[in-house]
Design a protein around this ligand. Structure first.
Ligand code: 3HC
Length: 311
């Protein structure tokens, strides 16, 4: 009966063991994992656009090869994550439709424009750095297929983060103009990177339940703090200034104190009114329409192969 199933589920979660696709789970748990993993998948796919913008204008063949590989990795991450959602009975076509119609979210960070090549480095360093902070603990999330997907994704993300840092370090060793390009880029991306962790804990409707279910392993504020602590020494090593006058080491807490992002801006961006929301979704729709013939051809081929196999 349901009580016994619920007790078994609760005990599995309490032991920090995995919930697997065929296990019984509360419907709200299933819906929450689908929501989070689908949003994560959408973020990877939409996240290809800001950097993809620079592929044809990379400053060297080496930079172009790196950027192409990175954007391709993001497509791969999106596909693993959609597959993880499918293990819960979600349909990929339905999820894609929810993304394109604005019924499911993707990360706020990808609604900001990439205005210079330094942004490729900054996205690697700060955005992928934030993604790693958030995603390493998700390797231990309670839902098995999500946690296993995260292990490979995190390995690739850490490569992405280092390539961004290396790009910025190279520019910082260059001319004054290059150094100011880096600083200008960091000034634009710092606050949106802090927003990636989600609203403050006391304004996060999902954290408590997701922590109780082991879907999330840390709160939004704890991860944001971890990211700041990790990033400040890297900024010093690079020689860039983080645009936060409140940033200061707090010896008592053993952490950096820092200011709050503009949460009104965050609310606007996640409700569709960020600088690039309309452009990102329009581009995604166009890509989907342009790919219709591929889906039709693959479906026709699969149907023919099936008929031949049955003969
Ligand atoms: N961008 C957009 N929406 C966000 C958000 C953000 N940065 N932060 C929170 N939200 C949304 C939540 O989805 C939720 O909306 P919903 O109820 O309509 O779904 C609402 O704001 C309230 O936030 P909560 O804190 O209650 O929501 P969660 O418990 O889901 O926590 C999260 C938000 C920390 C982002 C969590 O979902 C998470 O850890 N997700 C997995 C990581 C992820 O999605 N990363 C994507 C970004 S980076 C990336 O993957 C690409 C890389 O290659 C660069």
């Amino acid at each position: 009966d349901t009580d016994a199933l619920q007790a078994h589920f609760d005990a599995t979660v309490a032991r920090h063991e995995r919930i697997e696709p065929r296990d019984w789970m509360p419907e709200k748990y299933r819906a929450t994992v689908v929501r989070q993993v689908a949003q994560h998948a959408h973020s990877e796919i939409i996240g290809m656009q800001p950097e993809g913008n620079w592929i044809t204008r990379a400053p060297s063949l080496r930079r172009k090869a790196i950027l192409l590989a990175k954007v391709q990795d993001e497509a791969g991450h999106g596909l693993y994550l959609y597959a993880a959602c499918e293990t819960l009975g979600a349909s990929r076509a339905d999820l894609v439709d929810k993304l394109m119609s604005g019924r499911q979210k993707y990360s706020s960070i990808f609604n900001y424009p990439t205005l210079s090549y330094a942004d490729v480095g900054t996205i690697g360093w700060l955005v992928d750095g934030a993604a790693i902070c958030n995603q390493v603990p998700l390797c231990r999330t309670s839902y098995g297929p999500y946690g296993r997907a995260m292990i490979r994704i995190c390995k690739e993300e850490s490569f992405h983060q280092r390539q961004g840092y290396e790009l910025l370090a190279t520019m910082m060793r260059g001319t004054d103009a290059q150094r100011s390009m880096v600083q200008e880029s960091v000034d634009r991306f710092w606050w949106p990177s802090l927003m990636m962790f989600g609203p403050p804990d006391d304004a996060s409707p999902n954290t408590a339940q997701s922590m109780a279910w082991g879907i999330k392993r840390d709160t939004n504020d704890d991860l944001r703090q971890k990211f700041v602590d990790m990033t400040v020494p890297q900024a010093e090593a690079l020689g860039v200034t983080l645009p936060d006058p409140a940033l200061a080491w707090n010896a008592e807490r053993g952490h950096y104190d820092f200011g709050q992002p503009d949460w009104d801006e965050f609310a606007a961006v996640i409700s569709g009114a960020g600088p690039c929301n309309a452009q990102r979704i329009a581009h995604r729709r166009r890509a989907h329409d342009d790919g219709a013939w591929v889906r039709e051809a693959a479906t026709a081929y699969a149907a023919r192969t099936l008929v031949e196999a049955e003969r």
